[in-house]
Unconditional design. Structure first.
Lengths: 336, 329
């Protein structure tokens, strides 16, 4: 990993190199993750020579809901909290979308999409207000809300059902312009960029990092801690709604029982370089981590490994990577 | 409590005094809540409260209370054990599949040994490599689940059968008293006394309260953590043993639905998730509250969704009330 952060010698013509080196130094973790992803893609091509655009498309479709869940979790964890209710929020928004889109026109679906995204933000707002108002630790409040939102989802739709507008379904299928770029991937990038880039550059974004890093210091510097925490949960709810929508879009129906998305999101953010202590990391790392995890899964399937054994391997990879990360941080702390 | 204060003078029985008493004895409001729930049950369905009802409630509360012990103990050090449920399921499954061949006691020994190994790895990850307990135990739950599913493939010919010992222990009654109390009462006494009196118990509080201070005082924190996570996994294994008896079944996901309630029981029982504060007696009451609450919601014939919503809201309300009561005024 240290090889990825060379001491760049500033010289003429080394503009790109020094910029890359600077990026690598600042974001060693994410940089290494990109490397791992590329390595895995090469490995996949070796294992399965006819790995083509179609497989890449299925990878992106499988990764889409998990990636949104990871984005939601990342925002909350950066602000110093944790959201265990993401899986339920996704289930709820997914069934609301599927139910509203049953027997309606294709045009009405646009309103449904907007409405569901607003609904997700409202759900996040409720989570955030409860966390701040009750003064109970985040993990407990969102654990309780996990039950609440799952219950509401069951009221909306008591069994998997509903349907989705055709154009929405097509939005995730097939390639975009070039054969090798899956639409689902473009959708993911567009959605994350639209929300994250303006946020990151805004005062609110800075406040989210500040309260995650040191709540007291942030408070003393004039950050409204409570409001920022609520905002972080609201944004997480918005990403959760996008995750729920993508579940409905990719499966064609809404499922009221929460999937494993909460746990997957926690795994992805930790692999993606977001510290559970808060204040560190971004959204790129977790999203790349989701693709890495999905690709490992796919590779193990291509190799004919027992799918149960690949659960073991995924767990082991998670531990090893995190241990490695802790080790690297420890080493750095000593040398710096 | 009113007696002692009444002697001192009725005028001094102020709001602040009550608050202080509640803060020093946080188990009192929990017992009151439990009483209210039981009365509510009696009102909702008169004649429901009977010795039979009590023994069946206890039978279902015991595995939850043991799993909640895993959470309570790890939370004291600022950790959590999300692998408890899959470890419990593993234990139940190993017991059910190994006992036809080796007899129940060897099967139980094998199961608990397997649990201890899982706990040991958790402890190494948390204690030596400083992996966040949430991540470490979450990953371990995946690993355990995977291994059990693979193991399932090997023993599919043997078949899973709950041994009579487990059925007797988990599901049986002797003179109206659930047999599981035979295991649970000594276990609970050991944990409560151990936390208060033993050196190891105090080390858990010390590590959770201020790890740096503990380390500087010469505590080998990593050894404490390894011992703790092994203990937690063995407790989870015992919960699995009881659970396979209660339900007379065994599968790789048997205990999964107890995971979140076990965390909730520890939290409403007053154990701080940040470490250093709490105990096991509150957790036991928490497990009883959750079990009675579930049966109350069932008796009221709430539809499943409403039950889930109320369950979540009540956990939140109790936790919030608790935070307010125990907070320094």
């Amino acid at each position: 990993m240290s090889a990825l952060a060379p001491t760049a010698s500033p010289g003429p013509g080394a503009g790109l190199r020094s910029r890359l080196a600077g990026l690598a130094r600042r974001d060693t973790w994410v940089f290494a993750l990109w490397g791992l992803l590329v390595l895995l893609l090469i490995l996949t091509k070796i294992i399965r020579p006819n790995y083509g655009p179609f497989d890449l498309g299925s990878l992106a479709i499988a990764a889409l809901p998990v990636a949104f869940a990871a984005a939601a979790q990342a925002v909350v964890v950066i602000s110093g909290g944790i959201d265990l209710s993401i899986g339920s929020v996704m289930a709820l928004t997914s069934v609301v979308a599927a139910r509203l889109m049953t027997d309606t026109t294709e045009e009405f679906a646009i309103l449904v999409v907007i409405g569901v995204i607003v609904l997700g933000a409202l759900i996040g707002l409720v989570n955030g207000v409860l966390v701040v108002a009750s003064r109970v630790p985040d993990i407990v409040v969102t654990l309780a809300m996990l039950y609440v939102w799952a219950g509401v989802a069951l009221i909306v739709l008591d069994r998997p059902g509903g349907s989705v507008a055709d154009w929405l379904r097509q939005l995730t299928r097939g390639p975009f312009l070039v054969e090798w770029i899956p639409r689902a991937l473009v959708l993911l990038i567009v959605a994350v960029v639209i929300v994250w880039i303006p946020l990151r550059r805004s005062r609110l974004g800075l406040s989210i990092y500040a309260i995650g890093s040191d709540r007291l210091a942030a408070f003393r510097s004039g950050v409204d801690v409570d409001r920022t925490r609520v905002a972080a949960y609201t944004i997480a709810g918005l990403f959760g709604a996008l995750g729920g929508l993508s579940l409905t879009m990719t499966t064609g129906i809404g499922t009221p029982t929460p999937g494993p998305y909460t746990l997957l999101s926690v795994a992805a953010i930790v692999l993606g370089g977001v510290s559970l202590a808060g204040g560190q990391g971004g959204l790129v790392g977790p999203v790349v981590a989701v693709f890495v995890l999905r690709l490992i899964n796919a590779d193990l399937a291509f190799l004919g490994v027992d799918p149960n054994f690949s659960t073991v391997i995924q767990g082991a990879i998670m531990v090893v990577v995190v241990m490695l990360g802790a080790y690297v941080t420890l080493r750095r702390g000593r040398t710096a | 409590m009113t007696g002692a204060q009444g002697v001192a003078g009725g005028a001094r029985l102020s709001v602040a005094g009550v608050r202080r008493t509640l803060r020093d004895q946080p188990i009192i409001p929990l017992l009151v809540l439990l009483g209210v729930l039981i009365v509510g049950l009696q009102v909702a369905r008169p004649g429901m409260i009977s010795p039979d009802w009590a023994s069946s409630t206890i039978r279902f509360a015991v595995p939850l209370a043991i799993l909640a012990a895993c959470q309570s103990l790890t939370m004291l050090t600022g950790g959590i054990d999300l692998s408890a449920a899959s470890v419990a399921s593993m234990s139940a499954y190993i017991i059910a599949t190994q006992s036809p061949e080796h007899g129940p006691f060897i099967a139980i020994a094998i199961a608990l040994a397997a649990c201890a190994v899982a706990g040991f790895i958790n402890g190494i990850g948390v204690g030596i490599f400083r992996v966040h307990p949430l991540i470490m135990t979450l990953a371990m739950s995946l690993v355990v689940l995977g291994f059990v599913t693979i193991y399932q493939g090997f023993v599919v010919a043997v078949g899973a059968r709950t041994p009579d010992v487990a059925a007797w222990l988990g599901g049986g009654n002797t003179g109206g008293v659930p047999n599981s109390l035979l295991l649970f009462v000594p276990l609970a006494a050991l944990i409560i006394l151990g936390l208060r009196r033993s050196g190891f118990g105090r080390l858990l509080y010390a590590v959770g309260d201020n790890e740096t201070a503990a380390r500087l005082s010469g505590v080998r924190v990593w050894q404490v953590l390894i011992a703790l996570y092994v203990l937690s996994a063995v407790l989870a294994g015992l919960a699995g043993l009881i659970l396979t008896g209660v339900t007379s079944s065994a599968s790789a996901t048997l205990a999964d639905r107890y995971l979140l309630p076990s965390v909730a029981a520890a939290v409403i029982g007053g154990t701080s998730i940040f470490g250093g504060r709490g105990g096991y007696s509150g957790t036991i009451v928490g497990a009883l509250i959750l079990t009675v609450l579930t049966s109350l919601l069932t008796v009221l014939q709430m539809p499943e969704p409403v039950r889930q919503i109320l369950f979540g809201l009540i956990i939140l309300a109790v936790a919030a009330a608790y935070t307010r009561i125990t907070e320094e005024a």
